[in-house]
Design a protein around this ligand. Structure first.
Ligand code: SF4
Ligand code: SF4
Length: 391
């Protein structure tokens, strides 16, 4: 494990594995609250002709979830669809052929290349740190480790083999252009990410199985994605509680694959993001529910939806979800306004170089970001008249 990890993601000794039923979604379900898209409110918005909430907009964002739903690999469906813990039978290592043998460095090279071909933005590798594996899944099943070859899930437990000592962290892209319409329903970006995640993670798992090894692909299920992604060198934790990458800022979703194929530890992402967030605070100021703190990082969260014991900015997941219900969408204003949410280009590349190397100038970039009105909401009544722009 890279020693620098504890420096950027400091964990107290009394940290306990998180129970997935305690996520804001799990807590809301236990309290008998409905999902955040209330059908009656949705109908009213459509009838009232509110820009960004029309029939076309809802159909657009809803359909972006097609691949996730049709493959039964929704937002966090453990061991189902493309996230199956058993081989899908797409690749076969014939009997009598020895499994692929290569160095951990070679394994990383071929798996990263294959993952990017399947649609990943970035692929990183780390040894499995059991602290990030949920103690229990979203159905309350304990997640345990046993000396078996292949992982499995029963009514009683989910079993990860002790041999699965490595994790592949994978990011898939989210689009900057459409994110500018947050918080309206005209923002299919997260849904599209959820559709990409099982395609890429499932394909990487099948690739590894075709080499003669075992693999468990996951979306939001089974383990916390953000610390795994940080440990695998893909980015750092932002003030808004999302992973921020140097390549695409927070505009990624994360999937992961547990495996018994050994990899070399990836280097950590270059520093500079946390230092920038310390002076920026834009997401905290713009969050309509006040869920993002403006103060320093702490070890304590707001409720049991936040697992304490890590030095970070805790987003109040309960009030955030309440606002989703109010606005009738996944909000995402914090993604939209984040200073790292930018299309790629030379100018932004130069600014990122300064953020990494000359943090004394950070306040200047914060001021410039506001001055140039970055992150301003786009006019939803214009979206369908504009040509498609890939971002
Ligand atoms: S999604 Fe919206 S409500 Fe939730 S933290 Fe981000 S800006 Fe705040
Ligand atoms: S808006 Fe600013 S403070 Fe918030 S996560 Fe992005 S860079 Fe950090």
């Amino acid at each position: 494990m890279d020693e620098g990890f504890e420096e950027i993601y400091t964990v107290r000794d009394d940290y306990k594995r998180f129970h997935q039923e305690n996520t804001a979604f799990g807590r809301a379900m236990r309290a008998g609250k409905r999902g955040y898209v209330d059908p009656e409110a949705k109908l009213k918005r459509m009838k009232d002709d509110i820009p960004g909430y029309g029939i076309v907009d809802y159909a657009f964002s809803g359909a972006a979830l097609t691949a996730a739903q049709a493959s039964h690999s929704g937002r966090g469906n453990q061991d189902s669809g493309f996230y199956s813990w058993s081989p899908l039978g797409v690749t076969h290592k014939p009997e009598g052929v020895p499994r692929w043998e290569g160095s951990p460095e070679e394994a990383g090279r071929i798996v990263a290349k294959a993952g990017k071909f399947y649609g990943a933005v970035s692929v990183g590798f780390t040894e499995l740190d059991k602290r990030w594996v949920y103690s229990h899944d979203s159905d309350g099943r304990p997640i345990v480790f046993e000396d078996v070859d292949e992982g499995y899930v029963t009514e009683e437990k989910a079993v990860i083999p002790e041999s699965h000592r490595w994790v592949i962290a994978i990011t898939v892209p989210m689009e900057v252009d459409e994110m500018m319409y947050a918080p309206t329903a005209l923002n299919p970006v997260s849904n599209m990410g959820y559709s990409r995640m099982p395609v890429v993670a499932g394909s990487v798992a099948e690739f590894i199985r075709g080499l003669g090894y075992h693999a468990i692909p996951c979306g939001n299920d089974t383990a916390l994605s953000v610390p795994i992604a940080i440990q695998a060198g893909l980015g750092h934790l932002g003030r808004h509680g999302r992973l921020i990458t140097w390549e695409r800022g927070p505009m990624v979703r994360i999937a992961k694959v547990f495996t018994d194929l050994p990899f070399e530890q990836s280097p950590l992402a270059p520093k500079g993001i946390i230092e920038y967030c310390e002076v920026c605070k834009k997401c905290a100021k713009e969050c309509p529910s006040g869920s993002i703190p403006e103060g320093p990082r702490t070890y304590e969260g707001f409720s049991e939806a936040n697992n304490p014991g890590v030095l970070k900015w805790y987003c109040n997941a309960d009030t955030c979800l309440d606002y989703w219900r109010e606005v009738g969408s996944g909000c995402s204003i914090c993604f939209r306004v984040c200073s790292f949410t930018k299309e790629r280009g030379i100018t932004h590349g130069i600014v990122k170089w300064f953020i990494r190397n000359v943090p004394q100038l950070n306040r200047l970039w914060v001021w410039t970001d506001d001055f140039l009105d970055y992150g301003k909401m786009a006019d939803p009544s214009e979206y369908w008249d504009l040509p498609y722009k890939r971002s």
